[in-house]
Design a protein around this ligand. Structure first.
Ligand code: 5GP
Length: 178
């Protein structure tokens, strides 16, 4: 078992790099099928989704665009529940097919906030791609259309996800050891 330490916490390898890359390829394949002949805008949610968005996007063979927005709701290892401001909208998404790219869907507060924003901005349709999904923590009803891995309700880092700013550069996903 590969163990690492970040600041004061220990983590164990949970989803190896190869498994992630294989799964991202499968999701890209599915999106390429589902959106054949369509123009699509990917919206990556910063900071956590930057690696997943990059890996996914380079495997898309549609006429696609990508933009990133920022909306953070986390400090430390527990969701604060409070939603911060949305910043960085520079793409006109009105009348477009949009795929929101999330690192992880936990309670779903973040996702709901973004989907609401999509409705205000009058997108034609919106789907969600999340590298990770915690079904046991999810409190919303919005379907997560493309899920990398369903995971238990435990804190994870790596592949874009951080613990107090560190760990985003880890190519595998690691789970907190209690
Ligand atoms: P939600 O709004 O769904 O509760 O939380 C979504 C956001 O919380 C994610 O985009 C991510 O930034 C953060 N988050 C949720 N669970 C985890 C986790 O296990 N590890 C890390 N590093 N961040 C998480």
């Amino acid at each position: 078992m590969k163990e690492i330490t970040i600041l004061d916490k220990k983590f164990v390898e949970f989803i190896p790099e190869n498994d992630i890359h294989k799964r991202v390829g499968e999701i890209a394949y599915k999106i390429n099928q589902d959106y054949k002949g369509k123009d699509v805008v990917f919206i990556g949610i910063l900071n956590g989704a930057f690696l997943f968005a990059a890996d996914l996007f380079r495997r898309i063979d549609l006429p696609a665009r990508i933009t990133f927005v920022k909306l953070a709701s986390y400090t430390g290892t527990k969701s604060s529940g409070s939603i911060k401001e949305l910043i960085g909208w520079n793409e006109d998404v009105k009348g477009k097919s949009v795929i929101i790219v999330e690192d992880i869907v936990d309670t779903g507060h973040t996702l709901e906030r973004i989907v609401d924003e999509m409705k205000i901005r009058k997108v034609t349709d919106v789907k969600i791609a999340a590298a990770l999904f915690k079904p046991d923590a999810y409190t919303k009803t919005i379907p997560i259309d493309y899920v990398g891995f369903k995971i238990p309700n435990n804190f994870v880092v790596g592949y874009g996800l951080d613990y107090d700013g560190y760990g985003r550069n880890l190519p595998s996903i690691y789970s907190l050891i209690h």
